[in-house]
Design a protein around this ligand. Structure first.
Ligand SMILES: [Fe+2]
Ligand SMILES: [Fe+2]
Length: 318
């Protein structure tokens, strides 16, 4: 029997607090403009362009290929990975909360970026603007294995961080609307999928907002991780420095990329986030990048050990 039916659908939907907050009449400012964004999700039929790039890749590439992997940063948790063969995958495009409950995080909309694939780790507003990129494919919260051209992706189902480690007790807001943030009875918006992306001989883990302590079976399924992305900022909104450092120690990646922090190019102070400067500067090996683009080749990474690569406010905006 499918036990996913939601007795609270009218007041607290699977998408969570938004429905609950609106039902409680708790929202006023921001609701109108936000609602338009929410309605815009099924807009693929209006996209310019077509799938020619994917058709070409389908014909030309059937196995792993060597060469550089490109990682572009679009602010917050939004990263685009481009394989050596040219397949592009964008993770976690952001938007403002359509209900208005969480306030304004971004002064602009996510750029209308052209990509082959868009993916989202979970159904929070700062990760799920899948209607903004112009994508040939959308893989929303994909669990399991997927492969195409010279890329394979494994989606690992787990749970969102459910205890705020920093000064802003945002998880208390869920309790105020009657939700248990933590599993096993968490609402659907606190479900998470982490992605292990393998291309060009490099395995990248998209952590999303996952909890710091997944079960052993999930750790085991990650396998070797070469590039680790982690949501850590100075306010310790999702993960604390201590939790992040423990994850880095456990996975021993060659490269660590901070995400989910305040950057001047895309994010507002109203988000309550802070920069990741302090955390990065506490690491034994780090580089502050001066561009939004990082190119990595497996052949050059053999001797790398937990080297932080920090995009700061270098962000692609178009
Ligand atoms: Fe989240
Ligand atoms: Fe988030």
């Amino acid at each position: 029997m499918d036990d996913r039916s939601d007795d609270n659908e009218q007041t607290i939907g699977r998408r969570g607090l938004l429905t609950a907050a609106a039902g409680a009449g708790a929202l006023a400012a921001g609701l109108t403009t936000g609602a338009k964004s929410g309605l815009a999700q099924s807009a693929a039929w209006m996209q310019p362009g077509n799938n020619n790039h994917v058709v070409d890749l389908q014909a030309a590439t059937s196995a792993a290929s060597a060469g550089e992997v490109t990682i572009d940063y679009y602010g917050h948790c939004a990263l685009k990975i481009t394989s050596p063969a040219g397949l592009s995958i964008l993770f976690d495009p952001w938007r403002n909360d359509p209900s208005g409950a969480w306030g304004l995080w971004y002064p602009n909309e996510f750029p209308k970026t052209v990509v082959d694939i868009s993916m989202s780790t979970h159904a929070h507003f700062d990760h799920d603007a899948l209607f903004r990129p112009e994508s040939t494919m959308v893989l929303d919260r994909m669990v399991g294995s997927w492969a195409f051209a010279d890329v394979s992706i494994t989606g690992l189902a787990d749970k969102h961080a459910c205890e705020a480690p920093g000064w802003y007790a945002w998880t208390n807001a869920l309790a105020e609307f009657g939700q248990n943030a933590c599993p096993p009875d968490n609402p659907g918006h606190m479900d998470m999928v982490m992605y292990v992306v393998e291309t060009g001989g490099i395995r990248t883990l998209i952590w999303g907002d996952n909890r710091h302590n997944p079960p052993e079976s999930v750790w085991d399924a990650m396998g070797r991780i070469d590039v680790l992305t982690l949501p850590i900022d100075g306010s310790e909104h999702i993960l604390s420095y201590e939790q992040g450092n423990a994850i880095v120690e456990r996975l021993q990646p060659k490269v660590v990329i901070p995400t989910h922090y305040l950057n001047e190019a895309t994010t507002l102070t109203l988000s309550t986030l802070a920069s990741a400067d302090e955390w990065v500067e506490s690491q034994k090996s780090f580089a502050k990048l001066d561009t939004p683009t990082l190119k990595l080749a497996a052949a050059d990474m053999a001797d790398m050990d937990r080297e932080f690569r920090y995009f700061g406010s270098n962000v692609l905006t178009g």
